[in-house]
Write a protein that binds this ligand. Structure first.
Ligand SMILES: Cc1cc2nc3c(=O)[nH]c(=O)nc-3n(C[C@H](O)[C@H](O)[C@H](O)COP(=O)(O)OP(=O)(O)OC[C@H]3O[C@@H](n4cnc5c(N)ncnc54)[C@H](O)[C@@H]3O)c2cc1C
Length: 536
């Protein structure tokens, strides 16, 4: 039976919560788009071809140009008028369903990607890379040419070298599934349908990360099609500066990634826990959590969450929960949890052991088969739903004082809820361990000295965006503003936030200069640009 999102939340299904993270877009206004496209066209010497885009109408010359693109591709080009256009244009978040790309190039090979990039630049069109389509800000759509790499989804394992080469369009559940058949894994995120490209390029944090590092920390090589339309590879020896940028420099900035080679780790069974306390214990539990989770054994990745489920939730009050994964036996996890459990008596506490793949399915909120862990429009038999949501991101470098904890509690209580809203709250992911043992400048992912990350979250039914969006956005902005005195000013680039003020500093800090150098070297014409791209 297909469970509704509401069922999942009422049942306290944390996996469903975890996959309900997304963001708002800042579509480039058409005039600005044309201005920028014109600049790029001048760069590539094809300004004259821009004319056929103006005025929104898609003329015969547009159609024939797109046909010429399609003719040389292994994959397809889906343009307006094609019955598949609506579906091919969709991202995970229905808030971006109004985006109207010029067309979607569904690539099946690196040469398709090369062709699409060359075609776009030659026509002064913005190429928009897309993998899993989970950009919080809708940055993998827009009115340019979407270069969809989901057809590049092969996972091949080299047992001798203990590496896997993974197509850039692979979705995480398929990666976990293919690797677990060989008893190995990479550290990656919890959402089954997130694409490996967006995740890796922005860092990649998941429930194995305190032991195995970020997804990008295990990257050994990447293959990209750059702005010139050429495929290049990079690793520690070849184009090391591009390789550095691919590990946290953010998706969509330097070219279209077509494949990644990762170092593999053996995984067996894992222990997981879920604990809930009544709201009166929120301050005590969180304070214990923040002093314990970032220094707990590396095997443990722990999350603490304050959630207000609204009037239809089982509990009339918000709840505080903690859950996590331990890469080791259950008895070790039980011991490790001691300081957290001593903070207050829980109302429920569960601990269990399962295979690594089952645990990833569990966190994903799809305990059925692997095909079921997809959206129905992506894979036959998929049972997952799309969601509308808004999130904001913070990092915390020093334990939050009582005044900050009190602020969090007050704002979670103040979540506006309403009949159409699904839930609102704040989620803290523990850092430390292997994440923080990497120097901030060793890769482009700068956030190496945080105790934990915070994610402010509000989500609502996609069909009810109109009524739930306004109050939710207002609430999340005010909550975020109230926390300014207590946080580091940094934000996770994969929780990309179009409303963030000093976003270049927040995402990249002292690594920004290195990133702009790489941008100038590989994309001097700023072909790969969006509202929050690395500037040239
Ligand atoms: C429900 C949900 C759960 C999440 N859970 C986690 C989590 O557990 N851990 C975590 O770290 N993050 C998590 N995220 C955030 C996620 O890592 C980012 O949203 C990520 O950018 C999504 O990648 P994608 O390929 O699915 O998205 P897309 O929207 O396809 O791409 C994101 C960005 O990368 C660019 N891009 C896409 N493909 C390519 C490519 N082939 N080459 C170059 N650039 C490309 C796009 O242009 C866009 O700018 C979650 C997001 C959601 C919506």
């Amino acid at each position: 039976m297909r469970r509704t999102p509401r069922d999942a939340l009422v049942a306290g299904d944390i996996g469903r919560w975890l996959r309900q993270w997304r963001e708002t877009t800042v579509p480039i206004p058409r005039r600005e788009f044309l201005r920028r496209a014109g600049q790029a066209a001048v760069t590539v010497g094809a300004a004259s071809q821009l004319g056929w885009l103006q005025g929104c109408g898609r003329s015969t010359s547009t159609g024939s140009a797109l046909r010429a693109l399609a003719d040389g591709m292994d994959g397809r080009v889906v343009a307006p008028g094609d019955p598949r256009y609506g579906q091919a244009s969709q991202l995970f978040d229905p808030r971006f369903d109004d985006a109207r790309p010029l067309a979607v190039a569904e690539c099946l090979s690196s040469s398709d990607v090369e062709r699409a990039v060359r075609w776009a630049t030659a026509h002064g069109i913005r190429p928009i890379p897309r993998s899993g389509g989970h950009s919080y800000a809708g940055y993998s759509t827009g009115d340019g040419l979407v270069i969809d790499v989901t057809g590049l989804n092969r996972v091949s394992i080299d047992r001798n070298r203990k590496t896997a080469t993974i197509g850039a369009g692979s979705r995480l559940i398929d990666v976990y599934s293919a690797l677990s058949a060989h008893g190995v894994a990479i550290p990656a995120g919890s959402c089954p349908t997130v694409g490996v490209a967006g995740l890796t390029l922005g860092g990649g944090v998941g429930l194995s990360s305190r032991k195995l590092g970020l997804t990008s920390d295990q990257l050994m090589a990447a293959e990209l099609v750059t702005a010139s339309g050429q495929t290049v590879t990079c690793d520690a020896r070849t184009r090391p500066e591009l390789f550095w940028a691919c590990r946290g420099g953010g998706g969509g900035n330097f070219g279209v990634a077509t494949s990644f080679t990762f170092r593999l780790y053996p995984v067996k069974r894992v222990a997981i826990y879920q604990t809930q306390w009544s709201w009166e214990h929120a301050a005590a539990v969180f304070d214990a959590w923040q002093r314990w989770a970032p220094t707990a054994p590396d095997e443990l990745f722990s999350i603490c969450k304050f959630n207000n489920g609204g009037p239809r939730a089982k509990s009339p009050q918000p709840v505080v929960t903690s859950f996590g994964q331990y890469l080791g036996p259950e008895h070790e996890l039980a011991t490790a949890l001691g300081p957290l459990l001593a903070s207050a008596p829980p109302t429920s506490h569960q601990i269990s052991t399962m295979s690594f793949l089952d645990a990833q399915r569990f966190w994903a909120g799809c305990e059925g088969s692997v095909p079921q862990c997809h959206l129905p429009n992506q894979v036959r038999g998929g049972t997952l739903d799309r969601w509308a949501y808004k999130a904001k991101s913070d990092y915390v470098a020093a334990a939050l004082p009582p005044a900050a904890i009190d602020t969090m509690i007050r704002w979670v209580e103040a979540w506006p809820g309403g009949a159409d809203a699904m839930g609102g709250g704040i989620q803290m992911d523990s850092y430390g361990g292997a994440i923080n043992r990497v120097a901030p400048n060793a890769t482009a992912f700068v956030h190496r000295d945080s105790l934990f990350s915070c994610q402010y979250l509000a989500f609502w039914l996609p069909s009810q965006v109109a009524s739930a969006e306004g109050p939710s956005l207002q609430w999340i902005d005010s909550f975020y503003a109230a926390m300014r005195p207590y946080v580091s000013g940094f934000a996770y680039q994969n929780y990309i936030d179009p409303d963030l003020g000093d976003w270049l500093h927040a995402y990249y800090g002292s690594n920004l200069t290195g990133l702009t150098d790489v941008k100038r070297a590989y994309d001097p014409g700023d072909v790969f640009r969006f509202a929050q791209s690395i500037p040239v």
